[in-house]
Design a protein around this ligand. Structure first.
Ligand code: GSH
Length: 318
């Protein structure tokens, strides 16, 4: 057990102590077995998937429609390759580093190893097996090279993708762009019902993020944060052909994964609140996403994430 307890400044009530986390949490190393995951191995026994969900909270919090799960849908993604690629992650470039030969025809993905938005694009690149086609260029955001803003991306943020002599940003746009402009297994369904739900979930993620992080700051109630996780639980119940948001693994899972990776250990550490308690779909989703190789390679050390969130959200150690 942690030897300290912590307060979130400004938060009035507290979550109840709950059971310890059970998901496997890994630390990132710089030498990894990389490559594509066997997503097909993630298909669930349908016994695990209740056909209906109950509504233990006010339904007006639920942002999606329709509320009931759809009928079993066919798989939307082709079986994904399972080949393994050894990837050595490059060190982050800082203010002392020379720029790469920008616009030389190489496709480059500028990231920060700790940025959840960049992580989305990095996961997408990995899951499509594009390690050889899209070069990772990590940037040290705390000691940013001046050339990054001047020559690469005037917005001076990560992620950014250099492709075909252009630089594009915005993680949700980039994951869609990479999925549709590059080879590799499709990470977005063709099924119109799934596509529509995917867009609802892409829209909801900002509200979700704001609700949870506002609760960290005491600006939003913890009940509202619980409702937001309940909304995720309900969303995960909609399609029954797999444990992911759209049944099969997709860009939607990629969009949410970096944030769940941070929220889960942080809430458990500071509030002893287990986001999976009473949320079996979310528990399974976390378990299954942690089996995705292309995601595992991008994961951060949970302890480091917790410490970083504690600093960011002004949590005091007692
Ligand atoms: N909406 C952007 C957010 C990107 C973003 O905020 N990235 C942060 C790092 S996690 C950043 O580059 N911050 C640098 C800054 O704002 O100066 C996206 O989805 O790509």
């Amino acid at each position: 057990m942690e030897a300290f307890s912590a307060n979130i400044i400004g938060s009035g009530s507290s979550f109840s102590p709950l059971k310890p986390l059970t998901s496997n949490q890994t630390t990132r190393t710089f030498y990894k077995s990389t490559g594509l995951s066997s997503f097909c191995n993630n298909s669930r026994n349908s016994d695990h998937v209740p056909s209906l969900v109950s509504f233990p909270f006010k339904t007006h919090y639920f942002p999606f429609s329709p509320l009931l799960p759809a009928k079993k849908a066919p798989r939307v993604s082709p079986a994904l390759a399972t080949g393994s690629v050894q990837e050595v992650l490059p060190p982050a470039l800082d203010s002392t580093s020379d720029p790469p030969p920008i616009f030389d025809g190489t496709t480059r993905l500028y990231i920060s190893y700790t940025c959840p938005y960049a992580q989305r694009v990095w996961i997408t690149r990995n899951c499509k097996g594009l390690q050889d086609k899209i070069e990772l260029v990590p940037i040290d955001l705390k000691n940013r090279p001046a050339w990054y803003k001047e020559k690469v991306y005037p917005a001076n943020k990560v992620p950014a993708l250099e492709h075909n002599n252009e630089v594009k940003g915005e993680s949700l746009d980039l994951i869609k762009y990479i999925d549709s402009h590059f080879e590799g297994p499709s990470l977005f369904p063709d099924d119109p019902a799934k596509k529509e739900f995917a867009e609802e979930l892409f829209t909801y993620i900002n509200t979700f993020y704001k609700t949870i992080t506002s609760s960290f700051k005491g600006e939003e109630s913890e009940a509202a944060a619980g409702d937001a996780f309940d909304s995720i639980e309900i969303a995960l119940s909609k399609f029954e052909d797999g444990p992911f948001f759209l049944g099969q693994f997709s860009l939607v899972d990629i969009a949410y994964a970096p944030f769940m990776e941070r929220f889960q250990p942080f809430l458990f550490d500071v509030k002893k609140y287990d986001i999976t308690l009473g949320r079996p779909k979310l528990a399974t989703w976390i378990e299954e996403i942690n089996k995705i190789e292309g995601y595992k390679q991008t994961k951060n050390d949970p302890k480091a994430l917790v410490e970083s969130y504690k600093k960011r959200f002004s949590v005091s150690h007692l």
